[in-house]
Design a protein around this ligand. Structure first.
Ligand code: TNX
Length: 538
């Protein structure tokens, strides 16, 4: 029996009182309880016979229309791709009609089910003849598949055949998200991250039902996306990074491939071009963007707040128009993020004037503005999204400004820096990261409520679109380093975004989180073994 399975049993034993203090009875491993999922499902009704996969198990895709059936089959193929290596089973994907074995297997049904499931909800029923996942929309079916994955033993995540009984407990899960927006951000500017590094992160996010990937594509240290009308942005502005490494950028073909990959995992990509500050890479690439007409050198340090586009110059708006037009054309998603944070080198009047014009350009190309919460100091466009990154030390005037914008219709995405900034150190011994917002252990990261976080300033839960965990990369360059800082805090973010407020409880969450340890290990995720979480031994 592989070591991981043994340790998984310990966790199950710790989390389920019926097994008793003497440990699990001999015999086949008990199936994972249906509620041992991250993020916690909305409703779980355990009971009935479990289902065990066999070499004959089929994946049966069915839809209310031809298009739904095709999409269900696509999701079925994705599921088969996840399960085949570890189970060693063929898991053919087909339609149930005319199939004699249709009663048995994993059934994926799209376009039917309770209206209350909405766009992302699903229902999962497990019993003697198989598992049925029903959803109205593809995203819901995809999220249901992630739940099924987590109900199987952790070695299912390995890429080689494992000798394990693949049993799913009996019962029903009905599950919809609390918030529509559940995001993660990658700063690919401070250290360039390759397409493969971003794809790996996308796969890790999908497992926990994160549905938005915000890419911070430009900053002082590097411009990371090809722009045909201003080619030096990428070729020169993208030629270095923090510490002076070679940097890099995405060609348009690579970027399209990345967006298509995210879409296949039901994540919406939000590209960010940070303006008018955080623009040294652009200013270094084109002298005419500078008020004095002199291009500064490329920058490889980690200071912030020293650069600004030249607000009075008309060429600035030619630049903004070209960049936004080309980026919007690469973006199937609704939003375009224009930054707006830490514009300390721009006067307030210039900032407001610039944001008025930049927001109009975003609207002209059919996108909705997103920006850091400083845009609430200008005049947010109708329907704009402001990303709040304040923290416990943020002053009440700043909170009041954000609340006033929320009253006028600006929707908020919450990224409190001392809760969900994944580059904050866990404690003083964390070798990577920063600590300007304070140390952020796993409990602190999880133990807050997005619905009431800004209630003191007068922001109701209805103004909160959701939450997002940014990973800034001044100190982070490799996938191992990304994983160490993001995991396991990202699971808490996913849970805060998805699970009902009533399920919020650190003491039970930490047990479910601990049970994810062997799964993350099987996936090769190099997570931080927080001493606050009772990880299984081994
Ligand atoms: C603040 S928060 C920044 C980033 C840094 C980050 C480091 C925000 C919108 N800007 O420029 O990378 O802190 O933690």
């Amino acid at each position: 029996m592989p070591r991981v399975v043994g340790s998984l049993l310990l966790v199950v034993a710790a989390g389920v009182s019926s097994i008793g203090a003497t440990g699990p009875a001999p015999g086949p491993a008990p199936a994972r309880p249906l509620d041992q999922v991250v993020p916690a499902p909305e409703r779980v009704r355990p009971g009935g016979s479990p289902y065990t996969l066999t070499p004959a198990t089929r994946i049966l895709a069915d839809g209310a229309s031809r298009a739904d059936t095709r999409e269900a089959a696509r999701i079925g193929s994705y599921l088969a791709g996840l399960l085949r290596p570890s189970t060693g089973y063929a898991l053919p994907v087909g339609e149930p009609k005319g199939d004699r074995n249709a009663r048995d297997g994993i059934r994926l049904r799209l376009g039917t089910g309770d209206r209350n499931l909405g766009t992302e909800g699903y229902r999962l029923e497990s019993g003697r003849h198989g598992v049925t996942i029903t959803a109205r929309e593809p995203a819901g079916l995809f999220h249901g598949v992630q739940t099924l994955r987590q109900l199987l033993p952790a070695p299912v995540e390995k890429r080689s055949t494992q000798r394990v009984r693949w049993t799913v407990a009996g019962g029903t899960i009905t599950d919809t998200p609390r918030f529509a927006y559940r995001g993660a951000m990658l700063d690919v500017s401070r250290h360039f991250l390759t397409v493969d590094q971003v794809k790996l992160y996308i796969d890790q996010l999908a497992l926990y039902k994160i549905n938005t990937l915000h890419l911070h594509l430009s900053d002082d240290q590097g411009w990371r996306i090809a722009v045909d009308s201003w080619p030096r942005l990428a070729t020169y502005g993208g030629s270095t990074q923090v510490g002076g490494g070679p940097g890099g950028y995405y060609t348009k073909a690579q970027y399209r491939d990345l967006v298509a990959y995210a879409t296949s995992r039901h994540l919406e990509v939000i590209p960010e071009i940070d303006m008018p500050g955080h623009t040294n890479a652009a200013l270094a690439s084109y002298a005419e963007l500078n008020c004095d007409g002199v291009a500064p050198p490329l920058y490889t340090g980690t200071a912030v707040g020293f650069s600004s586009l030249c607000v009075p110059k008309e060429v600035t708006y030619d630049f903004v128009d070209d960049v936004v037009r080309e980026l919007a054309a690469l973006t199937p998603g609704r939003y375009l993020h224009i930054g707006g944070d830490e514009a300390h080198a721009t006067s307030h009047a210039d900032y407001v004037a610039f944001m008025d014009r930049a927001q109009a350009v975003v609207a002209k190309y059919g996108k909705t503005v997103a920006g850091w919460h400083q845009i609430t100091g200008a005049t947010p466009a109708a329907g704009a999204v402001a990303q709040y990154w304040g923290y416990d030390a943020t002053g009440s005037a700043e909170r009041a400004q954000v609340a006033a914008a929320a009253k006028k219709g600006t929707r908020l995405v919450l990224s409190p820096a001392d809760r969900v900034y994944l580059d904050m150190k866990y404690d003083r011994s964390t070798p990577l990261g920063q600590s300007w917002a304070g140390y952020t252990e796993v409990d602190r990261s999880y133990d807050w409520d997005p619905g009431t976080y800004l209630a003191g300033a007068g922001v109701p839960e209805s103004a909160v679109l959701g939450i997002e965990a940014p990973l800034w990369t001044e100190t982070i360059a490799t996938s191992d380093q990304m994983e160490y800082m993001a995991f396991p805090r990202l699971l808490g973010v996913a849970e805060l975004g998805w699970s009902p407020a009533a399920s919020h409880d650190w003491d039970t969450y930490k047990l479910r989180l601990a049970a994810q340890g062997p799964r993350m290990t099987a996936l090769g995720i190099d997570y931080y073994r927080s001493p606050l979480v009772p990880w299984p031994a081994g």
